[in-house]
Design a protein around this ligand. Sequence first.
Ligand code: SF4
Length: 587
Amino acid sequence: MFLRKRAIERIANEKVLYRRYGGGDIPVCVVYPNVYRLGMANLGFQAVHHIFACEPRVAADRAFLPDADERAAIRARQASLVSLESARPLTDFEMLAFSISFETDYLNVLTMLSMAGIPLRRSERAGLNYPLIIAGGSAVFLNPEPIADFIDLFLIGEGEEMVPEFLDVYGEARGHANDAAPPLDQLGRVEGAYIPDYFTPIPDEAGRIGSVRYSGPGVPRVKRRLIQDLDRFTTASLILTKESVFGDMYLVEASRGCQWGCRFCAAGFMYRPIRYRSPERLIAEATRGLAERNVIGLVGAEMASVPGVAAIAGAVADAGGRLSPSSLKADCISPQLAAALVRNGNRSVTIAPEAGSERMRKVINKNLSEPEILHAAEMLMERGVESLKLYFMVGLPEETDEDVREIARLTATILARARTHGKHVGRVTVSLNPFVPKPWTPFQWDPMEDVQSLKGKIAMLRAELGRVGGSAIELDAESPRDAYFQTLVSRGDRRVGAILERLSAIGCEEPGAIWHHLRKIRREAQPGLPDPDFFVRRHYTHDEILPWDFIDHHIHKWFMLSERKKAHYEHQTRPCDVTRCTVCGAC
Ligand code: SF4
């Protein structure tokens, strides 16, 4: 059967860069709720799998959402979903540990449980002999509520210390029994554990969360976990495979968080305070990676501000490799960094103005002026970069049509400067994403813009870009329909779980089908299902309980509100100075 053959080939094509222990008496399957090539490119998934795989008491395996052809074959044979390595049905494991980085993968969690023959709702599994289902990852520490009815226990925050503590508590509570998992109240002793059963949100007459009934021990707050010193842990590629979407790279995580505080960006708030790995550690990790791949992918929210980044890029270039940073803030690109980046063949660089007008960049707190953007483009082109990718957003709070037209004007100006300063300037690609309001940001109360209105803005921008740049500017725009689903699962509460359950039951897996059914639910009220617009298109009021309020991210709500007000008045906030500042509550 091709499924097993493919799994065996995948394992044979992997290179594992550490020694696994394995063979313990607790069988755990670490699950990535998307396909193999994406899961194996995800450092968070690799890191958590590594923790389980190196725990002597655990026998760890992996599972991924099967590819489309694999799903079709599994369903045609009415077979059950199995793990990658040992081909065991997922029901055979004592624990399934989902690692979820993107909230849009919440639907895949349900798809995978269903393909494994596991009842979706926690209440339907109660008292029955199914695996304990836990979940962690960056999506769930923003807002786990859309899948709260399906998961037994969440681990909220960074896992390096929390997961081993959880396994200690689990092993202790389980003893040597081979049967049922330990009671949840024992597992809930770990700081960061969130047991959704303890919390019952009660809607008010307007449908908002009016109150939350709590039946657990202590206080109804879950403290998200962060590690203080990134150098104590390595977060880098641990298993290499060409099939990964970053198959030609060795990935190294440089930082968590971001000092700049862009008001739309969850990474700049959820991981506060900003933490960097030391340049020595990064150079050592990059050097190790160069033995495997000649491209080192430097991963984090913003890479031009990483201390010593030019030296790291230089060291990689000296060794004959190439550094590929995930994103660069234009005004932080030094001449040394630009030179080191292009030395061994980097011909394409991504910078992120995010907005076209100075006004909108102040609204979003980008702390980036047009002269700084143009200077960075010139510097990169003079040193040999041939194509630039520019990230922009559309549909941001406070945005006008004029702000959208400014994206085309700025792109044309960059192109003109690049042609003046570069020797071989090829293309400028505009990557455009509809704004999705994220929990734990100053824009968390704002709705997503209407899909039709966004389509109109994108069409207008396409026409403007064609007019000013012709075929030298390419527009790559994310669909507003996809952004609608993303907003639903970003801002939703537990009631969104019923929508996910319906989508899963009717086999909606592709974006087009998801939108089709969401539109149907919006147009015709359906029993038991909330109106998705309630979560996507509504201004959340400043005094209502937000679905994710029970998580303690150490950030004052008044700080978020003051940032939202400053956005309205186009006032910027200076970047974080973690040596002195205590304003937001995170330091
Ligand atoms: S307390 Fe100040 S420096 Fe620390 S994360 Fe908050 S804003 Fe940044």
